[in-house]
Design a protein around this ligand. Structure first.
Ligand code: AMP
Ligand code: MG
Length: 322
């Protein structure tokens, strides 16, 4: 259908010269140089990180940041995570205390985001923090995002590279499908290793569970952070277009079953019951289920331990009635 539409459009519009938008370039020096050129020109580019694919723009350029919100169709009250090359760069933007410095030393580069007071002279566009006096910041551990940060020499604001509310992208193909026609470039470096958004920590509390578990951090999840705006905290988020039934021991008619461990399905997060493998496969499995011919999706029970806390957090939001 998509290609048919494009053929029809081709007859009338000279601008539809290629059905490929965004352009996809394999990770490498040429891809990074082109991405850095686009970012310097105020555009946003999709780039893999160790968590999911991010939609990166210059965090000091308010027009560029506005471009992220526009491409995602994201509600403007949701602040963005800023990615920097190292702790020194982070300390130029945010105020670190000893506890924050200790977490950074233990987990950076890596999938841990710290919410810290933003420095008044940080140069970060206020659209990034949505006017808050705190900023969410991390040092990513992925060669593509690290190379892009080095090439740009700027902090990069980068939420997940999908239309707001949809399933997070763990492959370049997911980005291209979700943001088709809305961004110029995706850097393709295969599937993202963790497959789940970063753990977010605010003043010793976990605001969003993620690949770095509460046990590893030695922290507890925040129970009553109600006033804090976090897309990961919207009841409906990471949502497939079809309904999703949780804790399913088996399939009912018309469902696509995502298995785990002993529950075999049309697909499985991990046949061996490996939780880290399950996290890495989660969003891809949801994408596949959404693209299948089944009318609804069911998913096997996932144990609420370790990274299973983060997986179930995403699943509850994906299953929430819209
Ligand atoms: P995403 O970029 O889609 O992974 O989502 C960014 C996450 O960081 C969301 O849950 C945001 O609400 C959260 N976040 C960003 N900045 C702040 C902040 N200043 N205070 C609290 N949460 C934040
Ligand atoms: Mg997201």
């Amino acid at each position: 259908m998509g290609s048919l539409l494009c053929v029809v459009r081709l007859r009338y519009s000279a601008s539809c010269v290629s059905p490929t938008n965004p352009r996809t370039l394999r990770y490498g020096a040429a891809a990074i140089a082109e991405a850095a050129r686009l970012i310097a020109a105020g555009q946003c580019v999709a780039v893999p990180t160790e968590t999911v694919y991010g939609l990166a723009a210059d965090a000091t350029d308010s027009r560029a940041v506005a471009g992220i919100y526009a491409a995602k169709g994201r509600p403007s009250f949701n602040p963005l995570i800023v990615h920097v090359a190292d702790l020194a760069a982070a300390e130029r933007i945010a105020v670190f205390d000893d506890a924050a410095r200790d977490l950074a030393a233990r987990f950076w580069p890596g999938p841990l985001t710290l919410v810290l007071p933003v420095k008044p002279d940080s140069g970060i566009a206020s659209l990034v923090t949505a006017g808050l006096d705190t900023i969410a910041i991390r040092v990513p551990n992925h060669r593509a995002m690290q190379a892009l940060l080095a090439a740009c020499g700027k902090p990069l604001a980068a939420p997940s590279a999908n239309a707001s509310g949809g399933i997070s992208p763990t492959r370049a193909e997911h980005v291209a499908a979700s943001l088709s026609g809305r961004i110029p470039l995706v850097i393709d470096d295969g599937a993202t290793p963790a497959g789940l958004e970063s753990t977010i920590v605010l003043r010793g509390h976990i605001l969003r569970p993620g690949p770095i578990t509460a046990e590893a951090l030695g922290l507890e999840a925040a129970e009553s952070m109600g006033a804090i705006t976090a897309p990961g905290q919207l009841a409906s988020h990471y949502a497939p277009t079809k309904s999703l039934r949780l804790n399913a021991p088996g399939r009912v008619d018309g469902e696509w079953l995502i298995g785990f461990g002993d529950v075999a399905g049309d697909d499985t997060l991990s046949a061996s019951g490996d939780m880290v493998e399950a996290a890495a496969n989660l969003f891809e499995a949801l994408h596949r289920a959404d693209a299948s011919s089944a009318s609804a999706i069911a998913i096997a029970p996932i144990p609420e331990t370790g990274i299973g806390v983060a997986i179930n957090d995403r699943l509850r939001r994906a299953a929430h009635p819209r």
